[in-house]
Design a protein around this ligand. Structure first.
Ligand SMILES: Cc1cc2nc3c(=O)[nH]c(=O)nc-3n(C[C@H](O)[C@H](O)[C@H](O)COP(=O)(O)OP(=O)(O)OC[C@H]3O[C@@H](n4cnc5c(N)ncnc54)[C@H](O)[C@@H]3O)c2cc1C
Length: 300
């Protein structure tokens, strides 16, 4: 079966996360305006934009900001500052510090005071500089002007030489010329296309706990530990302990008059260790104290 020359191909994007949405905008900006016309359809399993909590924050690195600027329309790019607090807290320095198990400093990255996220786009891609944005605001911005088909959970696809059909859990099928899976880590598209590509378990476990100190407490923590986005300590056995301090308020509606004890920040405490250490830990659900026989053994 041949395709007529005037045929306008249809791209099917599965998943309206950051990847799928940015791809959608990039196609509209770079292909549809300049190179070749495509119809683009985007499908999301969530039933609507507010269906699922999107998380507090997402860190933007130079590459991320460059990609946003490259793919989004000029009007959305001009509104990117809406996804970070305005004004940026004057103490938000985005630095990283690494220490040994005794707390002695090993290295630190330059602490930058970024006045705007656009400054990041001028930095080299290998830079460790980053800026924290509100994850929900970033997604809401990227959803603007995009005609998402909500409540469409893709369960697989059928393909022939020159067409592809996305198959959905609700029993419907949609025809396209190109199918792109932007459906996250458990992608059914990937599982069907590349069944031998399995997730690889590195044998490492990471435990993350979020705490939300108010501004008064946060100021004391900074006075004690310094002002770093990431503070990482290497243990003696290959384990690491880290804290990530986000100095932008969790609340979206902070004004100059908001009392300090009603402004909360997010600190994520992260402990990373070899998964096989779990075998040495006996947890009694009726007794929150656990018994660790040995943390230093290297044998499973
Ligand atoms: C705890 C944590 C913290 C992180 N922090 C950062 C950070 O600070 N900075 C950073 O850059 N990255 C961070 N990441 C990574 C970042 O979240 C991911 O790289 C990013 O979300 C990947 O985007 P994505 O669009 O590819 O996939 P996803 O965000 O997973 O989006 C996939 C979308 O597809 C939809 N979907 C899934 N299956 C189907 C289906 N079958 N049919 C239809 N739709 C489907 C989902 O509902 C979702 O909307 C973090 C990740 C985690 C887990």
């Amino acid at each position: 079966m041949s395709t007529p020359n005037n045929h306008i191909p249809t791209i099917l994007i599965i998943g309206a996360g950051p990847g799928g949405l940015l791809l959608y905008h990039g196609i509209q900006k770079h292909l549809n305006k300049n190179v070749k016309k495509f119809y683009v359809k985007i499908f999301e399993r969530d039933i609507g934009p507010q269906d699922r909590w999107q998380g507090y924050n997402i860190g933007l690195h130079p590459n991320g900001v460059k990609s946003l600027i490259s793919c989004l329309s000029e009007s959305l790019v001009s509104r990117l500052p809406e996804v970070i607090p305005n004004p940026i807290h004057e103490n938000e320095y985005h630095g990283r510090i690494y220490c040994d198990h005794k707390g002695t400093e090993i290295s630190r990255s330059t602490s930058l005071y970024l006045k705007s996220l656009f400054e990041l786009a001028t930095m080299p891609t290998y830079s460790t500089a980053s800026i924290i944005s509100y994850r929900n605001r970033l997604r809401d911005l990227m959803l603007e002007g995009v005609d998402i088909q909500w409540g469409k959970k893709c369960i697989g696809y059928d393909e022939s030489d020159n067409e592809v059909w996305a198959i959905f859990q609700d029993g419907t099928r949609v025809r396209g010329d190109i199918l792109i899976g932007c459906d996250g880590i458990n992608s059914p598209i990937r599982k069907q296309k590349l069944p031998r590509l399995q997730l690889f378990d590195y044998g490492i476990t990471q435990v993350l706990i979020d705490v939300a100190p108010n501004k008064k407490l946060m100021d004391r923590i900074i006075a004690l530990n310094g002002n770093f986005l990431v503070h990482k300590t290497f243990g003696q056995d290959g384990d690491t302990t880290a804290s990530m301090m986000r100095l932008i308020p969790i609340e979206n509606n902070i004004t100059e008059n908001t009392p300090d004890d009603q402004i909360h920040y997010r600190i994520t405490l992260i402990y990373t260790y070899y998964t096989y250490w779990d075998k040495n830990i006996n947890v009694d659900d009726n007794n929150p104290r656990f018994n660790c026989t040995s943390f230093t053994t290297k044998k499973g």
